[in-house]
Design a protein around this ligand. Structure first.
Ligand SMILES: *Cc1c(COP(=O)(O)O)cnc(C)c1O
Length: 451
């Protein structure tokens, strides 16, 4: 499969290049040239397949031309060593729980998949290299993954890559703006993971990473790649969730009217990687009627839907901090996928935006009414269904993180003591190690050159 850039000025790339480079030369995002639709009988029998079997079929449609079947199957099966169940919350509202991975947030799947695919390509490069020439001094060098995080990306990527040979990960995060539990998930790992504490906001971290990729001198010095949701190997595998959700809903609601006409998928969104993957799934034929992008007070996409104008703004800090994004990267992909048509986009996707007060109120109401504990991100998704679902529709919202990841907030809002799962507790016992950094690119560049 070939990949083009959303900015249309970079050369066409193969999967290998798109994964290693992350961002195209013209700062655009890579898009697959074709999206294969899956056969009808796959959807007819999907409820009888396991999550891993479903995911392999979807992965094969995206990556099958570029990765040998055995290797791809192993990557998919190793990545999905945990489930993502659908749970009924009330009436016609269900949740797709995406927090059963190692760091209890949905980004585990994309990060684990990307780590394994990148390692596959690095090994291939090394074996090709030893067979052929010694002309390119960079080929055998370590690959450096740079990742900016507003919280959950850092922990998922760091853990997805932990101990993966030939790869070093630098996690950039905004000082004082991620929860203590999130912070310990990427600052206590050691080994091939370095945490960098930036004196700024998430957008500053993202700008440092983007500038590093564009810097010629730096790229001559070291091999750099991205693991942000802009990387095709991270965002596309998130499509697996939505096929699985459809399969589980098909089994759960077989007595209802045909789901093909009434299933609504609601995705709490920040950088829009997760919902973008869902839209790719839709383009592969997944029968979802429509989508809702649920936002916190960062309402850039919501405003775009209303006005047709995309106007990035500085991000605002909110309770749902993994969605504090003022210029969602994957908007460029969504815009491209629908031929830049506001009409097509707004007829398939609607929006919702919630203040911190509304998020708190939602969490309380849902807990009182149903006993279900929402985290602040999932709360936006739940409320968007409560507000937006038609009586004949069935809605599934993504619960994108385990509430214990935001324990201080959740305990305070609900007046309860949320249990901390054992795998989260283990992180909290490690020692924090991080490198302080200004938001000035010159400082960051100097630091990387000295590595
Ligand atoms: C990253 C994240 C989101 C937003 O996902 P995008 O793909 O960036 O839109 C939502 N909730 C949680 C808990 C997250 O970590």
């Amino acid at each position: 499969m070939k990949y083009y850039s959303t900015n249309g000025k970079a050369p066409i790339a193969d999967l290998h290049k798109a994964v290693v480079k992350g961002l195209a030369e013209d700062r655009g995002l890579y898009m697959p040239e074709r999206i294969k639709t899956l056969p009808k009988d796959f959807f007819e029998n999907i409820d009888k397949l396991s999550f891993q079997e479903i995911a392999y079929t979807v992965a094969d449609a995206f990556f099958g031309e570029d990765v040998e079947a055995d290797a791809l199957k192993k990557i998919v099966y190793d990545t999905l060593s945990f489930d993502c169940p659908v749970v009924k919350v009330k009436d016609n509202i269900y949740t797709l729980e995406l927090f059963h991975g190692p760091t209890l947030a949905f980004k585990d799947v994309g990060a684990r998949f990307m780590a394994r695919l990148l390692q596959y390509f690095i090994r291939k490069e090394q074996s090709d290299h030893s067979l052929t020439s010694h002309l390119s001094p960079l080929t055998s060098q370590e690959v450096n993954v740079l990742v900016a995080t507003s919280g959950d990306t850092g922990s998922a990527v760091a853990n997805g890559f932990l101990g993966v040979e030939g790869i070093h990960v630098y996690v950039l995060y905004p000082k004082g703006k991620v929860s203590p539990i999130q912070e310990c998930q990427f600052t206590t790992l050691g080994q091939n993971i370095t945490a960098i504490e930036v004196d700024g906001v998430f957008d500053d971290c993202q700008a440092l990473v983007k500038n590093a990729f564009m810097d010629t001198e730096l790229n001559q010095h070291m091999k750099l790649t991205s693991a942000n949701s802009i990387n095709v190997a991270r965002f596309l595998p998130q499509a697996f969730y939505y096929f699985n959700a459809y399969a589980r809903m098909k089994a759960l609601t077989s007595h209802l009217s045909p789901l093909t006409s009434n299933l609504v998928m609601c995705v709490p969104s920040g950088n829009f990687g997760n919902i973008c993957a869902a839209l790719f799934g839709h383009a592969q034929g997944l029968p979802i009627k429509r989508f809702i992008a649920a936002n916190n007070a960062n309402d850039i996409f919501y405003n775009y839907l209303q006005t047709g104008r995309y106007e990035p703004k500085p991000s605002k800090q909110t309770l749902a901090n993994a969605m504090d994004v003022g210029d969602p990267s994957n908007f460029a992909r969504i815009y491209d996928l629908y031929g830049k048509s506001h009409e097509r986009i707004s007829s398939l996707i609607s929006g919702a935006t919630y203040s911190d007060d509304q998020i708190r109120e939602t969490m309380r109401q849902c807990y009182e009414e149903t006993g279900y504990i929402l985290d602040p991100h999932g709360a936006c998704g739940y409320q968007a269904l409560v507000d937006g679902l038609q009586p004949n529709e069935v809605g599934v919202f993504c619960e994108t993180a385990h509430p214990a990841k935001f324990k201080e907030k959740v305990d305070d809002i609900l007046g309860i003591d949320v249990d901390i799962p054992a795998r989260l507790r283990a992180f909290m016992e490690g020692e924090k190690q991080s490198t302080p950094m200004t938001k000035d690119f010159a400082d960051f560049k100097q630091y990387l050159l000295s590595q």
